[in-house]
Design a protein around this ligand. Structure first.
Ligand code: MSP
Length: 504
């Protein structure tokens, strides 16, 4: 059996979850469900990133004990996952002892392999990004410096352990030359390559001026830099440091879904740490774009943060999932606007899919006593439609394998539009009076296309697609890609209910 390991980034617990976090998690869930429908053995991981200065600062601002604070905040991320319809296998917290043990084991391995040395760090640091910056990467305003996204940086000067990142420059370039599919989309791959070619400096990987982190083995004064601790979560969950555990062997290397802002950590630092520890780099890293709200950058200070609970309660879970992944080419930035949501949901879900399902199933119940006999007596028009369906299924798979989720969804909606046009031409409401056999055959083929389209839509809108498959009485064991065929069974239709109400 094929295995597929997919991870969300682990979320900082300095604040409540918002639409950006929901977006990354749903993207992973779509791919996880897609691979399950292809009969892969899937392991889907999410969790929370609980160490570092950013979290420590947020906890002191809330006047809470840091451990109590992270315990409380982590729950809001854990609870969001099932609310988004995401089916995960594990939720990891970096404050758990299994994780501290794994992060320390990784550190020890790097030390053993002579990849770490002690020195002094002096330079700019952004608490918001938990990242070190060169002055040339910053913007100067008066006497202060800011990151490109406008966040302040502070000057730090302290003893620090360093990872010999500079010695990995050529090995990383070599690795990416041989594995050009390990970063997507292509533009992001190119971005990473030019970053590496620009030269890599050794990386500071420990801090001494605060305590909220995983302790560096054998030196009580240092805690690990939060990113080395955080990235290690992907190994912890599958059993590291036990490289022989079944889960580790089955699932590593994995697929990391990340936002474009954290690509560098995943595509430069992480593979270097892994290679330095003699572990295979990730199989693939996909960097998605960012959402704005009605054209503006989403930020707490602007007060335009989008709460996923609010959107789901207003439009519905599948509706939100559908909008986020149909509206914008996956990988690009997107804009969240009320008009765009209403237009998209009405055009695709209500008018195209919902309308086809509703008119066909109601017609079957009213005119055929809910029973439609199987048939393989196809006309030229039928054969054309079946051919079109097979073509769209192939395209759907090709796009999903490149994470072009929007394009895969579009394939299904092209098939549904074509089927609506077929029904308009074949007009079963007229055949009812003139040719009942032909009417049955037209309905049988249409029901098969609704079934197959619904299976293809399970990854994106699992609840609604399954409700429609329930109306069609499709056996649960047949809801997978082995059954994207024309069924040989009769259809028995259950009472239809409208699934996609129009939005005003
Ligand atoms: N803790 C790190 C990740 C460590 S992984 C080893 C982190 N956490 S985060 O909570 O700040 O961000 C998590 C994810 O949310 C990132 O992939 C980020 O790109 C995504 N998003 C945050 N805001 C976003 C939007 N406005 N739009 C889309 N995604 C965004 O980074």
């Amino acid at each position: 059996m094929n295995n597929f390991y997919i991870t969300t980034p682990i979320y900082y617990v300095n604040d409540r979850p918002h639409i950006g976090h929901a977006y990354t998690s749903i993207a992973c869930d779509i791919l996880a469900r897609y691979y399950k429908l292809k009969n892969f053995n899937v392991y889907f991981l999410s969790g929370t990133d609980e160490h570092g200065q950013k979290v420590e600062k947020a906890s002191s601002e809330s006047n809470m004990d840091t451990q109590d604070f992270v315990d409380k905040m982590s729950v809001s991320f854990r609870e969001l996952i099932p609310f988004l319809g995401c089916e995960i296998n594990d939720f990891i917290r970096t404050t758990e002892s299994r994780h501290k043990k794994a992060a320390q084991a990784l550190w020890n391995k790097l030390e053993e392999n002579n990849q770490i040395y002690l020195s002094n760090y002096e330079g700019w640091y952004s608490i918001r990004d938990e990242a070190f910056y060169l002055e040339s990467e910053l913007i100067k305003k008066g006497d202060s410096f800011f990151t490109q996204s406008g966040d302040p940086v502070e000057w730090i000067k302290e003893e620090s352990y360093f990872f010999k990142l500079s010695s990995w420059e050529n090995k990383l370039l070599e690795y990416y030359k041989n594995n050009p599919n390990s970063i997507a989309p292509k533009s992001r791959f190119n971005e990473v390559i030019s970053f590496i070619k620009g030269g890599l400096k050794d990386l500071s990987i420990s801090r001494t001026t605060f305590k909220w982190g995983v302790k560096v083995p054998n030196n009580e004064n240092h805690v690990m830099y939060v990113w080395i601790d955080a990235l290690c979560n992907y190994l912890t969950s599958i059993g590291y440091p036990d490289l022989n555990s079944k889960t580790f062997k089955d699932f590593w290397p994995g697929f990391h879904m990340v936002g474009k802002d954290i690509l560098r950590f995943h595509a430069v630092y992480w593979p270097a740490f892994l290679m330095a520890a003699e572990i295979e780099p990730p199989k693939r890293i996909f960097a998605h774009g960012w959402w704005t709200n009605e054209g503006k950058k989403i930020s707490k200070s602007v007060g335009n943060v989008i709460d996923p609970y609010e959107i789901i309660n207003k439009y519905g879970l599948d509706q939100m999932r559908f909008f986020l992944f149909r509206e914008v080419p996956f990988g690009n930035d997107g804009d969240f606007s009320k008009d765009a949501i209403a237009n998209r949901l009405n055009a695709d879900l209500s008018n195209n899919y919902g309308n086809l399902v509703q008119r066909i199933t109601t017609f079957c119940v009213k005119n055929c006593n809910s029973n439609i006999k199987n048939n393989s007596n196809y006309t030229k028009q039928d054969k054309n439609l079946i051919e079109f369906m097979n073509l769209k299924f192939d395209e759907y798979n090709k796009f999903m394998n490149e994470e072009k989720i929007d394009k895969s969804i579009k394939c299904v909606f092209e098939l549904l539009s074509e089927t609506n046009a077929y029904i308009d031409t074949e007009a079963p409401w007229n055949l009812k009076k003139t040719n009942k056999d032909r009417m049955n055959n037209v309905l049988f083929l249409t029901l098969n296309i609704i079934k197959n389209s619904s299976i293809l839509l399970i990854p994106v809108i699992p609840e609604s697609a399954n409700k429609i498959l329930d109306i069609l009485n499709v056996n649960k064991a047949e809801r997978n890609f082995d059954h994207i065929t024309i069924s040989t069974n009769d259809y028995k239709i259950n009472d239809p209910k409208p699934i996609f109400p129009r939005i005003d």
